[in-house]
Design a protein around this ligand. Structure first.
Ligand code: KG4
Ligand code: ZN
Length: 337
């Protein structure tokens, strides 16, 4: 079964080919030009998707040694994401499915991330805890099967990646903030500043907005202006902030590990690329004797391989797939309870 996957929910256009669950191509075109605006400009993102999507599909077919007629299923991200950006990939995928008379499977972007660990050699085992940390979402989920996902908690305000991006902006680093904070943090002292870790009434929820404000207040009080912060101090702030985010994610996952008897843990989403977070979660998993699956860096950020994988599983599970799907920008999760 040749599954073509298409992802266009934000600032990455990606096209993948999955042949009998073997990844033949996973092409990702990142729209780096947004960095000069300090964040993603939706209209520019849609236009860039439109320009690159056909060449990427051609390249993915070429790399897989396949032709259009060999495609069996077409899967594309239907939401959540930027509406104009989603429309490009979704409409293209539906048009291609119609013209080839092949099934079209809409995929929830978050569900794509949740199962991205299955793209690895060592796969998660059900039931597993999925910690989804991306630019738009922070979720802790109990995943019992490919069709039964239970939401344990989520952020009540900013997503973890959003906090990285906002704090990076405060510190004068470019967009996207995560990799830049990680770089600075590696040179700083994480115990220098004791930034707050939110404890919420709901044990599995997260909050990162207070932390972001605490960093802002600290900068205002200690320096007044970011231009007055030395490079060493910038590194210490980045390290202390990153450590506060990691502590929040670890403390919540730890609570869930005590209550739910899972086989494994999977850390997914763009922030899962963070080296310090990967290390801390590895330690936690070892302490609790759980298998940990973290996708390789190329499957942490937005990619079409995870969309093709999720699409293939949904297709196999059966269902009435037709072309009557509109994009949904909000967090509408098909298989959640
Ligand atoms: O999953 P993703 O590519 O897009 C969404 O679905 O949102 O996640 C993007 C987020 C951005 O906020 C980015 O700053 C963050 O992932 N990120 C990181 C790292 N690499 C990307 N955050 C922390 N450390 C990193 N190394
Ligand atoms: Zn994502």
């Amino acid at each position: 079964m040749n599954v073509l996957g298409i992802e266009s929910s934000c600032d990455e256009t990606s096209v993948a080919m999955l042949t009998d669950y073997e990844l033949k191509a996973n092409l990702i075109s990142s729209q780096d030009f947004h960095s000069k605006y300090g964040g993603v400009v939706p209209e520019l993102s849609s236009r860039a998707h439109l320009q690159i999507i056909i060449p990427l599909v051609k390249d993915a077919l070429y790399k897989s040694n396949l032709e259009l007629k060999d495609i069996d299923v077409i899967a594309a991200t239907a939401g959540p994401g930027l509406i104009g950006a989603l429309l490009v990939g979704l409409t293209f995928a539906k048009g291609l499915a119609y013209s080839l008379n092949k099934p079209f499977v809409p995929v929830n972007h978050i569900e794509g991330h949740i199962f991205s660990g299955f793209l690895m050699e060592e796969k998660p085992q059900f039931p597993f805890l999925a910690l989804v940390v991306s630019g738009g979402h922070t979720l802790l989920l109990l995943v019992n099967s490919f069709t039964e996902i239970k939401k344990l908690g989520s952020t009540v305000d900013d997503a973890a990646g959003e906090a990285f991006d906002k704090v990076a902006k405060m510190l004068g680093f470019g967009y996207p903030g995560g990799p830049n904070i990680q770089k600075a943090a590696a040179l700083g002292d994480k115990n220098k500043i004791d930034f707050p870790v939110a404890e919420l009434k709901d044990p599995y929820n997260f909050s990162f907005s207070g932390l972001k404000t605490a960093v802002l207040r600290f900068i205002q009080k200690e320096y007044g202006d970011i231009k007055k912060i030395s490079e060493n101090d910038l590194n210490d702030i980045a390290a202390s902030f990153q450590w506060a985010v990691i502590k929040a994610l670890i403390q919540t996952t730890k609570k869930a590990l005590k209550h739910f008897d899972v086989e494994s843990i999977s850390l997914v989403g763009g922030v899962a690329a963070n080296g310090a977070l990967r290390e801390s979660l590895t330690e936690l998993a070892e302490q609790h004797n759980k298998k940990l699956v973290i996708p390789g860096i190329e499957f942490c950020g937005d990619n079409a391989a995870m969309i093709a994988f999720r699409g293939a599983k949904l297709f196999e599970a059966g269902g009435n797939f037709n072309l009557n799907y509109s994009p949904y920008p909000g967090l509408s999760l098909n298989h959640f309870s």
